[in-house]
Design a protein. Structure first.
Length: 505
């Protein structure tokens, strides 16, 4: 057979030889190693535009194959150079993990196997790996050993699955079959005003309604106000509404506040509410000795959402939902169809993940969890998380001992919220006729400009929050590469960038 014809045949292009696969893999792994070795020296955020990126990509629909070296070159010269580098030690924006090399390799292997974890019969060994890693996660956070769970795309999907299960458990059964219009009373859900937006989004998507999520005020440490929670529940019961669920935050997305689980659990029990703990951000802080006591009452939760792709440092996507009562979840999601019916297998082998969540097709997310936990171990992960907590506390101390910054919320986990107090605005505090409202407006505007300038500078990266009406610079330490020195460099970067801003007169 003519070699040129063979090399252009569909079978050859889609099913390359082992030597070709080795060649591609070696080149890709070499680029991966080079990137990770130099990530701390790269500008954290690209100074680019959407148009510039589009102009550097070949946008013509490809009809013929392109050499792998050219594809890898585009990855190196466009994707690496014009991306935000989430693994950089001073990437403090949002709740962003750096990923790990061992998990990246696990993702490659998972894609190679291409297991579809619908049910045991579809991927026997992969399903057992997921069931095993779910058991390990239960042990890590101290959850009920008889609980069940599965991996999902992230915290938003986990929170929606948990709300669907709570609705099935606490609301009349006709809602599932006939819809919300079959029930005249409003279903009520309770959460602090610091809760993640996925809670209200889930309520809207599930027909409960975002307005039926009652946002409860917070105390001075941004934890849910327990007295206000009880008042809201009592009001709704008296009005004829049906309270079904309360959400406790195991680390809010804004400030990292950890709601008091023991007290909320008692309230949930008193009023027959489903207790959901949103631990998407803070759940794996259970591995750190200084924060482990916060989880003492998590065993009382009916459901828990977590994100291994946050504080287990895994690459996205990998969320997790745990249910204390597996049967409640199964009756929520199980659906009989001939094409999914399991025939001739025992109980363990008849297991199906589709009975416990909204997805049918599911990628092999568990492999990177298993490979990380086995390849790194809990001791090293716990030490890395403890170091992240220490970095955030160190930054809080630096700000408290400065004259040009102030903290806007206490540090409980690894999120820190603060703002810059430039000299000209501090002086305005003592000027006659300068109102507090005017000063706060000016401080908000200044810090917003400072944030944008810092992001464009590329040495450090923060995001933002609004706390009690005030604009806050917000950072989160979630990176095994970050050191105490990086926290000091962040303040130096802010001062340097602030000095370059044009001071309004």
């Amino acid at each position: 057979m003519n070699t040129s014809l063979r090399n252009s045949s569909p079978a050859y292009l889609l099913d390359p030889t082992p030597d070709q696969i080795r060649s591609w893999s070696n080149a890709a792994i070499e680029l991966m190693a080079e990137y990770l070795a130099t990530i701390h020296n790269r500008p954290l955020y690209p100074n680019t535009t959407s148009r510039e990126i589009r102009d550097r990509l070949d946008r013509e629909l490809p009809q013929e194959p392109v050499e792998f070296d050219r594809l890898l070159g585009t990855f190196r010269d466009v994707l690496i150079e014009l991306s935000r580098h989430n693994g950089h030690p001073r990437m403090f924006g949002y709740v962003q993990a750096p990923g790990t090399a061992i998990a990246a390799i696990a993702d490659l292997l998972a894609s190679t196997l291409n297991a579809n974890l619908t049910a045991w019969r579809s991927a026997p060994a992969a399903v057992e790996i997921e069931r095993l890693t779910i058991d390990w996660i239960k042990q890590i956070i101290g959850f009920d050993p008889n609980a069940a769970g599965l991996f999902v795309s992230g915290g938003s999907m986990a929170n929606m699955a948990a709300l669907a299960t709570a609705r099935h458990a606490k609301a009349p059964p006709e809602i599932s079959s006939e819809g919300a219009q079959s029930y005249s009373r409003a279903l009520r859900v309770y959460a602090s005003e610091e809760v993640h937006h996925s809670i209200t989004k889930a309520a809207a998507l599930l027909g409960i309604g975002r307005d039926n999520v009652r946002m409860i005020g917070v105390d001075e440490r941004y934890k849910i106000n327990l007295d206000a929670l009880v008042v809201a529940i009592e009001e709704d019961r008296a009005t004829g509404h049906l309270p079904i669920r309360v959400v406790a935050n195991a680390g809010t997305v804004g400030t990292g506040a950890f709601d008091p689980l023991a007290q909320i659990s008692e309230i949930a029990l008193r009023y027959n509410l489903w207790l959901h703990v949103d631990a998407a951000y803070g759940g794996f802080a259970a591995l750190a000795s200084t924060t482990r006591p916060l989880f003492d009452s998590i065993v009382q939760a009916d459901s828990v959402s977590l994100d291994p792709h946050k504080w287990l440092y895994l690459p996205v996507d990998c969320g997790c939902i745990l249910y204390r009562d597996p049967q409640t979840a199964r009756t929520t999601f199980a659906h009989e169809a001939e094409y999914t019916r399991v025939i001739g297998q025992g109980a363990d082998e008849a297991f199906a993940f589709w009975d416990y969540g909204p997805e049918l097709s599911r990628r092999f997310r568990a492999l990177k969890v298993w490979m990380l936990l086995k390849g790194v171990g809990l001791r090293a992960l716990g030490e890395a998380i403890e170091k992240d907590l220490k970095c955030a506390r160190h930054f809080e101390s630096l700000v408290q001992n400065s004259e040009d910054f102030e903290m806007l919320a206490p540090v409980e986990l690894s999120i820190f919220c603060f703002r810059h107090l430039p000299r000209h605005l501090k002086n305005a505090m003592t000027e006659a006729g300068s109102t507090e409202r005017k000063l706060e407006t000016d401080l908000d505007a200044h810090n917003e400009r400072l944030l944008l300038a810092l992001q464009r500078d590329g040495s450090s990266y923060l995001s933002n929050a609004r706390l009690r009406g005030r604009f806050a610079l917000r950072g989160c330490v979630m990176n095994y590469r970050t050191t105490l020195r990086d926290m000091e460099i962040l303040l130096d970067d802010l001062r340097r960038v602030a000095a370059g801003l044009q001071i309004p007169r």
